[in-house]
Design a protein around this ligand. Structure first.
Ligand SMILES: NC(=O)C1=CN([C@@H]2O[C@H](COP(=O)(O)OP(=O)(O)OC[C@H]3O[C@@H](n4cnc5c(N)ncnc54)[C@H](O)[C@@H]3O)[C@@H](O)[C@H]2O)C=CC1
Ligand SMILES: Nc1nc(=O)c2c([nH]1)NC[C@@H]1CN(c3ccc(C(=O)N[C@@H](CCC(=O)O)C(=O)O)cc3)CN21
Length: 289
């Protein structure tokens, strides 16, 4: 594959587990991105979320800044939050024109009822708008801990269908997983993915360092498992739920467990404790590995 969809250097093995990482920001993080930018590697993919309460102008400004600072913007499209086909096409047009967007990430989104015509990610892909806009790679969600609305078998089949559809449209699929605290769950999911013949590159979702209360709040909100035994392995003491926690052990465990059979893998960081903290953690990790 010639498209550098994970990272410009993804065809060669990573020097360490964090090399070729990607990040995520919300439309509210413009100032944080400016602050963190000097520590971020050039061309790093940075996803721009599609959350309720963000204005389209702010999302577009975020994507533009990502590009201006020398990184690769990857806007999210949350199918169930898009209220009309016009809204979808206008946003796609704006980010391609103003931020040179080449990659997009599509996800269903949490609303229990779709707020417009798109019930799932496939419906957005099926419009043909992405390839028409010159998009070359599409990210889709992976769920190592399953999904509240789908059986495991449905999860696999939906993933396969989306990958096939993206390739059929001449674009490259990239799987980005929901964050997790449990290295074992992530690794066995990845092994199963490859066993099923899914060859798309995968970015494993890693929670950036953050206050423990913040991590627990996001886990609850996003349906991510955080049992006592998982938290203990992650390095959080359940008798002392104060202070901050980073993914040191999680990333080490992933690194130890990865084999060639797991295929092309890099990390995607969800900076729940802020971009500066996450970027600082990544750079420290790179220095010591
Ligand atoms: N980075 C992120 O923002 C991530 C978000 N998620 C969450 O994962 C969920 C699934 O997303 P995709 O894998 O893109 O699924 P998808 O768009 O491929 O849809 C698969 C099937 O699940 C149904 N479905 C999806 N979300 C639903 C919901 N909220 N309520 C009822 N039915 C739903 C769809 O109608 C469809 O039949 C979403 O709720 C999303 O918010 C998961 C991983 C990462
Ligand atoms: N099921 C699901 N839904 C999601 O929306 C979602 C996931 N999973 N997985 C991870 C990503 C990352 N997401 C998010 C969501 C909110 C903020 C955020 O900063 N929200 C608030 C602060 C809220 C708080 O601290 O509790 C903000 O100011 O915008 C960041 C990333 C959303 N994502």
């Amino acid at each position: 594959m010639s498209t550098p969809i994970i990272h410009p250097n993804w065809a060669r093995p990573a020097i360490n587990m964090v090399e070729g990482y990607s990040l995520e920001m919300t439309a509210k993080d413009i100032e944080s991105l400016r602050e963190a930018a000097p520590g971020i590697a050039p061309e790093t993919p940075i996803a721009v979320t599609f959350l309720p309460g963000e204005a389209f102008e702010a999302r577009i400004a975020a994507a533009r800044l990502v590009r201006e600072l020398g990184f690769e913007p990857m806007p999210h499209f949350s199918a169930r939050r898009i209220v009309s086909e016009d809204e979808f096409r206008e946003y796609l047009k704006a980010v391609t024109r103003e931020a040179g967007v080449k990659r997009c990430f599509v996800i269903a989104g949490d609303p229990s009822e779709p707020e417009g015509p798109f019930a799932d990610s496939s419906a957005l892909i099926a419009t043909g708008a992405f390839e028409d806009a010159g998009i070359t790679a599409i990210g889709i969600g992976g769920h190592p801990e399953g999904h509240p609305n789908m059986s495991d078998e449905e999860c696999w089949s939906v993933l396969q269908t989306k990958c096939d559809e993206i390739e059929k449209r001449g674009m490259a699929p990239l799987i980005v997983t929901q964050f997790a605290f449990d290295a074992g769950a992530v690794l066995s999911w990845l092994a199963e993915l490859r066993k099923r013949g899914l060859t798309a590159p995968v970015r494993l979702g890693i929670p950036g360092p953050a206050g423990i209360k913040t991590l627990m709040r996001f886990a609850a909100r996003c349906g991510v498992g955080a049992s006592a035994s998982v938290l203990t392995k992650y390095g959080i003491s359940i008798t002392k739920l104060i202070g901050t926690a980073g993914p040191d052990k999680l990333v080490d465990q992933i690194e130890k467990g990865l084999t060639e059979e797991h295929g092309a893998v890099r990390l995607h960081f969800y900076p729940f404790g802020g971009l500066t903290k996450t970027v600082g953690w990544i750079n420290d990790y790179a220095k010591s590995h």
